[in-house]
Every structure is written in structure tokens, then in C-alpha cells.
Design a protein around this ligand. Structure first.
Ligand SMILES: Nc1ncnc2c1ncn2[C@@H]1O[C@H](COP(=O)(O)OP(=O)(O)OP(=O)(O)O)[C@@H](O)[C@H]1O
Length: 368
């Protein structure tokens, strides 16, 4: 969409383009040389000269594979990972959330997914001397759960030396752009804008909280149900890969029972507060709300769950980590691990999503 007037063509040719309503480089390059000759009523030599200049100005210069590889290594500050500052988890993930890959947080409502996202967005915004990425963050907040007050609270308690400096809290919060798409269509539009911002600005992290909520009202029953997000998954994956930024997305849970496909826990109907007295009556047959297509697309899956009143974060899918579970708490500092060693999980335990025995967790299903 570069304007022909900005290309630097000799005025005599530039004026002919303007007179024939060829305004942008795209207008000119969409026509063949002969079509241009006919339309502009000029000779082939002049057209060839103009097309060559327009192409040169609008196309990025070529790069060799070697220079692309060198750039990639250079960009991969912190060895290509954004540390979560949760020591045990960072060790298990070989440094933190991987650049150029999708990391998913899945768990029941109220377990702490948004708290995790808030802390991570602060970490990406922090100056590099404090272990951050010194960058901008795009936070797609589908359910209006983002709280700037809570963000500042986590910042002040986790990084008092930075947040007590005058103007720092404002600067850090100013680096986080929150988008609130109200529908899948708006989300699609937001993603297109995100792509441009990621390429133009210093965006170092993309967060989507939550992917599942986007399709809660639009999910169809039956085998076609994964389709609504198919395009988005591919788009986000290629965006992560191309820009080499970490992408963090949350996913919710639903009942495992096959014919209860519409009973996603985030749906408003039959909401019930789970109280400690009857927690044992609930079983833990929960699965991630977005289906198998989605599960294959993510590179790292972290399951947040609650068992007997204790919350755990589990490394359920990772190219290099063992299947570890870390007990955690949500405090004024955000998510804090209770021990950094983790417990190794056996068999399918690592993929199970438990929701037993925590009074803070709201369960919206009707499996009683
Ligand atoms: N200031 C705070 N201090 C301590 N704990 C807090 C604080 N604020 C929130 N929490 C904890 O965080 C939990 C909510 O977590 P969060 O909002 O991240 O849930 P979620 O997993 O994103 O849920 P949903 O799927 O509904 O969005 C609460 O249950 C509470 O335990």
C-alpha cells in the first residue's frame, strides 16, 4: 500500500500514474507491463523502469539463510525463553515460556490462569536488567478479566525495587495493550491488527485469555465443532513462529461426558458455587474445552488443577520436560510455587484435570 508519490519516480512519470488513478504500489504491480503501457500510454522502457523502482522500494531486500539464522540467534535473548520467575517451572521448561511457540494454560474457573497471565505480562514489560524482555505486550482479554489494579498489586509486591520508582508502575502498565474483542469476528480482526503491531513495534509477548470463551456461544455440536478456531490456530502459530515471540493462551474445561458437549464450565447456566463440604461429591472428569485439533497445535501445555484443597501446576505437554507437578498458591505477588522440585507424575495423571476440594473454584457443571 505504499503510495506511488513516495516511491521517488521522476515527476513526469509520477504524474501520469496519478492521472490514471494508480495510487499505490499494489495498484501498479497488479497490472502487467503491457496493461500499464496501454493505460499510461507510455513506452515499454519507461514502464519497465517504473515497475523496477516500485518493486525495489516496496519489496524487502533479500536475505541469505545464513543471515536469517544469525538474526534468530541474536534475537533469542535469554536463550529463547521468557522466564516465569517460578524457579522449578523455569527449570522444567529449560528457561521458561519458549519463544516462537504456543504455551497453553488449561484449568477450571478460578484456579489462577489470569493471575499467571498478569504476572507474565509484567515480566515481558520489565527492563532487561531485571530479567524482563523490555518490550510491549498485547493482551487479548476476551472475558474482561484483566485488572490493571491487580497487575500493579502484583508488580509492587513482586518487584518493589522497580515499582517504587516514580512513574515506573505507569510505564510498565503502559507497555501492555489490552484488546477486548466481543465476538469471534472481532477477534479475527484483532489478530490481523496484532500481526501488524507485532511486526512494527517492540511486541515481545502475546496473551489470549481465553481462547475457549471465544467459541462458547458459537460452538456447534458434533464432529465439526473444532472448525471455528481452525484458521485462528494456524494464524497464531505462524505469527509466533515468524515473529519469534512467546504466545500464552488460556483454555477452560468442560465435562468429559461425550453427550454433554455443551456443558462448558464457563457457561452461565446452572452456575453453582462449589463449597468445601460437598467437594467430594464432584468427580474430576474434566477435559480441556478446546478439542484435539487445538491440543495438537500447542507446543507446551500447563494444566492448573486443585486436589484436596491444594492447587498444582503440571507440565502436561512439553518437547523436553519431564511430567512434573508443582504445588502453588495465589498470593499478593501472583502465583507462587510452594516447592521448586516438583513431583513426577505417573501415566495419564499428568493430563488429568482435577478440581477437587478448593472452595475458591467455581464449578458450573451439573455432575453431582
Ligand atoms: N489479590 C489476591 N490475593 C490472593 N489471591 C488472589 C488475589 N486475587 C485473586 N486471587 C486468587 O486468584 C483466583 C482467581 O484466579 P483467576 O482469575 O486467575 O482464575 P482463572 O483460572 O483465570 O479463572 P477463569 O477461567 O474463570 O477466568 C481466586 O480464586 C483467588 O484465589
Amino acid at each position: 500500500n505504499k503510495l506511488i508519490t513516495e516511491i521517488g519516480l521522476p515527476k513526469s512519470i509520477g504524474h501520469i500514474f496519478a492521472a490514471r488513478n494508480i495510487i499505490t504500489a499494489k495498484d501498479a504491480l497488479s497490472l502487467t507491463e503491457f496493461e500499464l503501457m496501454e493505460l499510461l500510454d507510455v513506452g515499454l522502457e519507461q514502464v519497465k523502469f517504473a515497475v523496477a523502482l516500485i518493486s525495489e522500494v516496496t519489496s524487502p531486500p533479500y536475505q541469505t539463510v545464513q543471515s536469517l539464522l544469525e538474526q534468530r540467534v541474536q534475537n533469542e535473548y535469554l536463550m529463547g525463553h521468557l522466564p516465569t520467575h517460578l524457579k522449578g517451572l523455569d527449570a522444567a521448561l529449560c528457561g521458561g515460556l519458549p519463544f516462537g511457540a504456543l504455551t497453553e494454560l488449561v484449568g477450571p474457573s478460578g484456579i489462577g490462569k489470569t493471575q499467571f497471565c498478569l504476572k507474565i505480562s509484567l515480566l515481558a514489560a520489565l527492563p532487561s536488567c531485571y530479567g524482563g524482555l523490555d518490550g510491549h505486550v498485547i493482551y487479548i482479554d476476551v472475558e474482561s478479566k484483566f485488572s490493571s489494579r491487580r497487575l500493579i498489586e502484583i508488580g509492587i509486591n513482586s518487584f518493589p525495587e522497580i515499582f517504587c520508582l516514580e512513574g515506573m508502575a505507569k510505564e510498565m502498565a503502559g507497555r501492555i495493550t489490552v484488546l477486548r474483542p466481543g465476538s469471534l469476528t472481532e477477534f479475527t480482526e484483532s489478530l490481523q491488527k496484532v500481526k501488524v503491531s507485532v511486526l512494527q513495534h517492540q511486541v515481545k509477548l502475546l496473551i489470549i485469555d481465553s481462547m475457549a470463551a471465544l467459541v462458547s456461544g458459537e460452538y456447534e455440536q458434533g464432529p465439526q465443532r473444532q472448525h471455528p478456531l481452525g484458521w485462528h490456530i494456524s494464524f497464531i502459530k505462524s505469527l509466533a513462529e515468524f515473529s519469534r515471540i512467546p504466545v500464552l493462551m488460556t483454555n477452560q474445561v468442560r465435562s468429559r461426558v461425550a453427550n454433554q458437549i455443551s456443558q462448558y464450565v464457563f457457561q452461565a447456566e446452572s452456575r453453582e458455587l462449589m463449597v468445601e463440604d460437598n467437594t467430594e461429591k464432584f468427580d474430576s472428569r474434566l477435559v480441556a474445552a478446546l478439542g484435539i485439533h487445538w491440543a495438537h497445535a500447542v507446543n507446551v501445555r500447563l494444566v492448573l488443577e486443585s486436589r484436596s484443597g491444594q492447587r498444582f501446576i503440571k507440565v502436561a505437554k512439553s518437547p523436553m520436560s519431564p511430567p512434573l507437578a508443582f504445588p502453588f498458591q495465589v498470593t499478593s505477588m501472583g502465583i507462587v510455587l510452594l516447592n521448586d522440585d516438583g513431583v513426577e507424575m505417573e501415566g495419564s495423571q499428568i493430563n488429568a484435570i482435577d478440581h477437587q476440594g478448593h472452595s475458591d473454584i467455581i464449578y458450573h457443571g451439573d455432575e453431582r
